[in-house]
Design a protein around this ligand. Structure first.
Ligand SMILES: Cc1cc2nc3c(=O)[nH]c(=O)nc-3n(C[C@H](O)[C@H](O)[C@H](O)COP(=O)(O)OP(=O)(O)OC[C@H]3O[C@@H](n4cnc5c(N)ncnc54)[C@H](O)[C@@H]3O)c2cc1C
Length: 489
């Protein structure tokens, strides 16, 4: 066995929280690693959510969540420019229909002011329709929050990870942490096939946050999943929205929202129920009906005939914790920091969570010396579908693979797919390609391009077709050859 790799900090979990922390750590002269159980990063809660960067009027005043939410969301526009991920500053409108809704909206408005959310306003029907004419005209009032917006949550996580990697963070995927030993001044973190030595651990393991904390004997928090379903509406519906729409919220959720995505789709989400199962993300017929009903209340033109996909995700909820995030150093286990129970608004909050974790690490004695050569910028893969004709022919002249459209629905070329595979923390699976360049995200949901993507992955990774995975372990797509034919990309 080789020498055990040694790090100053190990982040456990490569969701939006772990990747944001890794990117922040990459500013400093530290040996940092991120261990992710799944084959790819961003493939748990971070892939199954609405992508709204909430303004922060909702979390209870005085909670850690309220402070971190407002701050994080305000960091998103600059980050999106630095890291080249899409962000649309759509704002949100929470619509009220009845007199009883007004008092809830007023309460939220006051809570938002107390949380320091900039620009929030209570508005009437005319203003609602001025912001977005697709709003239900029966809405009589709304809480408008202009700092909110939308991102592709996995594009955001991938951008953070790529930039962290370029700045020296080591990413180890398919490395599920199964045990942690606390020695005198350091930890030994064990996965199925490796051990890593580290002085500090940041636990960003999402719904498995309590299991990882338990490995060092911390039983203070229990993280349970709150399941939620989401629908994707095809671009063919023919309209896009200028705002995110929410109903007046329930006790634990923001209710069924209608959300424009940065890529031109509309999504509807989400349902919410606590569950014990940390893996089951199958969708239900009842969920779909509930979502469609909720969506039509806000935007009556939502039409189920354009529904192209349903998926579900799990929110990591720290129970009996006042609905708040848990971001703190352990008092008992020196060097162990939790960043768990990050339910919504984890996406917008992530950059501020990362900064907060740096303060904690520094208070715990980690020396944070800035690197002179930290590069905050990442260039995104050029989106061929968005290029004009002149740019397109230039791209094709430079690289013929731009002339080979693999995903027809989203107009994704072979050149983009090859780049997605070879970038830092690159795609190794069909879903990894999908999340990086959108091949398979369109109307046919990969029906046409999936075999082509499989063969490009096999060719570029120099692995047999049979070894290419859809997403996780044992999700092989090809099981053998029917005839002795070559499949061409
Ligand atoms: C339906 C739904 C809608 C939502 N909508 C929004 C929204 O619009 N806006 C918003 O801000 N938030 C939203 N959220 C919440 C958001 O998804 C979460 O706040 C966020 O994704 C949490 O990120 P995370 O990094 O903590 O968890 P995750 O993304 O789950 O990351 C944790 C990672 O840790 C890894 N891991 C676990 N155990 C181990 C181990 N033992 N070893 C190594 N790795 C391990 C996992 O594989 C995973 O990749 C929504 C959630 C759901 C379910």
């Amino acid at each position: 066995m080789g020498k055990m790799q040694e790090f100053d900090v190990i982040v456990i979990g490569g969701g939006i929280v772990g990747t944001a922390i890794a990117r922040e750590l990459s500013r400093f002269k530290l040996r940092t690693a991120l261990l992710e159980a799944n084959v790819d990063i961003g493939a748990a809660s971070t892939k199954g959510n609405g992508g709204v960067t909430h303004s922060g009027y909702d979390p209870k005043q005085g909670t850690l969540k309220s402070k971190i939410n407002v701050k994080g969301t305000l960091m998103i526009p600059k980050l999106s420019k630095e890291l080249g991920f899409k962000f649309i500053n759509s704002g949100t409108m929470t619509l009220g229909f009845e007199d009883s809704d007004l008092s809830v909206l007023q309460k939220l408005y006051k809570n938002g002011l107390a949380n320091g959310v900039p620009g929030i306003k209570l508005i009437g029907r005319d203003e609602i329709l001025k912001i977005d004419k697709k709003a239900n005209p029966k809405a009589t009032m709304a809480l408008h929050a202009p700092t909110a917006g939308v991102v592709d949550p996995f594009e955001f996580a991938i951008a953070l990870a790529e930039n962290a990697s370029e700045n020296g963070v080591e990413f180890f995927r398919s490395q599920k942490v199964i045990g942690i030993e606390k020695e005198k001044n350091h930890f030994v973190v064990k996965t199925q096939n490796n051990s890593y030595k580290t002085n500090y651990i940041v636990n960003a393991a999402g719904v498995y946050g309590s299991e990882v904390a338990n490995m060092v004997g911390i039983y203070d928090y229990e993280v349970k999943p709150r399941y939620g379903e989401i629908l994707v509406i095809d671009k063919a519906i023919g309209f896009q929205l200028s705002s995110v729409f929410f109903p007046v919220p329930g006790n634990h959720t923001k209710g069924v929202a209608v959300i424009p995505t940065p890529d031109g789709n509309i999504i509807v989400g989400s349902t919410a129920r606590m569950t014990e199962d940390k893996e089951d993300v199958s969708v239900t017929r009842e969920g779909i009906s509930e979502l469609l009903k909720g969506a039509k209340l806000l935007v009556p033109d939502i039409d189920e005939r354009y529904l192209i996909r349903e998926f579900a995700g799990l929110r990591p909820v720290a129970i009996n914790n006042n609905d708040d995030f848990v971001i703190a150093a352990s008092k008992e286990v020196k060097g162990f920091i939790n960043a768990i129970g990050i339910q919504s608004p984890g996406v917008g909050a992530a950059p501020a969570i990362a900064e907060y974790v740096m303060d904690i690490l520094s208070n715990e004695g980690l020396e944070l010396k800035e690197k002179e050569d930290f590069n905050p910028y990442r260039t995104a893969i050029v989106d061929f579908s968005e290029a004009n004709d002149q740019e397109k022919s230039k791209l094709i002249k430079e690289n013929l693979m731009y002339g080979n459209v693999i995903c027809r629905c989203e107009c994704v070329t072979e050149a983009e797919i090859v780049q997605a595979i070879h970038r830092p923390v690159g795609a190794t699976t069909v879903d990894g390609v999908k999340r990086r360049v959108r091949a398979g995200m369109g109307r046919c949901q990969g029906g046409f391009c999936q075999p082509k993507v499989v063969s490009i992955l096999a060719r570029e990774l120099r692995i047999p077709l049979e070894a290419v995975l859809l997403e996780n372990k044992n999700s092989n797509i090809v099981i053998g050859k029917l005839k002795h034919q070559e499949v061409k990309g």
